[in-house]
Design a protein around this ligand. Structure first.
Ligand code: DGL
Length: 265
């Protein structure tokens, strides 16, 4: 394998940057191509068939073009629906992102866990299975919060986040919990840790937020351990599907993470 062969991180938008940030902690110099499918954003309101076809098709073309050593679907929605299919079409290791139910179940003291994801993610059998396997005996309350995806996209472009949007998430979860107290919140969408501060204000300091980014980064590092890896000679690449104008406003966020200017796929 070419020692400059990149790690490919893929998401519908900027959410996967939360995985990228964690990856840079463990593999600071690794060459990365980050692909944001802005032309397909949001995934959460699409059907399973639409998501699976889109993600498998795009990742196939991207892998052919860039010859990555590993691909990471840095998106819970795409992973819970299409991980198996993508593994079938790519010949490289594919790491997925699934809701961090296991660590949340190990952490909760009250036994009541909130899970916030996209509409498509929270209805997946994959999530039912994680719940059965790791959270038996706990209460796992799931809600969809599509507005948070747009809020995270806007925040990274320098826009304000409407506190009412965050309060609504808290209130809907609390309504489901009734008299019980949620002490652990699973951020089951890679966009949501970008709103950690706002969620922290709304839920208070006693509610712990859990996401999978650090675990995924460690998994990637483990899978490529021992491989010949040279840092990319220039900045990492941030690539978007659809018009390049979709990346307007992201300049500061990209520069802070060591990316060059956004490019079109
Ligand atoms: N970032 C994606 C996830 O982790 C989804 C956002 C979308 O709806 O496209 O689920």
């Amino acid at each position: 394998m070419d020692k400059s062969s990149p790690i490919l991180l893929f998401d519908s938008g900027v959410g996967g940057l939360t995985v990228y940030d964690a990856l840079r902690e463990v593999l600071p110099g690794a060459p990365v191509i980050y692909a944001a499918d802005l032309a397909g954003l949001p995934y959460g309101t699409k059907t399973e068939a639409q998501i699976a076809a889109r993600v498998a098709g795009l990742l196939g073309r991207m892998a052919e073009r860039w010859q990555p050593r590993l691909a990471c679907i840095a998106c819970n929605t795409a992973s819970t629906i299409a991980l198996g299919m993508v593994r079938d079409v790519l010949e490289i290791p594919v790491v997925g992102t699934v809701p961090a139910i296991k660590p949340a179940a190990a952490m909760t003291q009250t036994g009541t866990i909130g899970l916030v994801g996209t509409e498509a993610t929270i209805r997946q059998r994959y999530v039912d299975d994680l719940e059965t396997e790791f959270a038996a005996g706990k209460r796992l309350l799931r809600i969809a919060a599509p507005g948070l995806v747009q809020a995270a996209e806007a925040k990274l472009r320098g826009g304000p986040v409407d506190p009412a949007l965050i309060a609504d998430v808290r209130d809907r979860l609390q309504a489901l919990a009734g008299d019980e107290r949620i002490d652990t919140l699973v951020l089951a969408c890679t966009h949501f840790p970008l709103l950690a501060e706002e969620l922290g204000h709304a839920f208070g300091p006693d509610v712990r937020q859990v996401d999978g980014a650090a675990g995924i980064a460690r998994r990637i590092a483990h899978l490529i351990e021992g491989q010949n890896l040279t840092p990319s000679p220039g900045p990492n690449r941030f690539v978007v599907t659809g018009p390049l104008a979709g990346a307007i406003g992201l300049e500061a966020a990209l520069a802070a993470r060591g990316f060059g200017a956004a490019q079109a796929f």
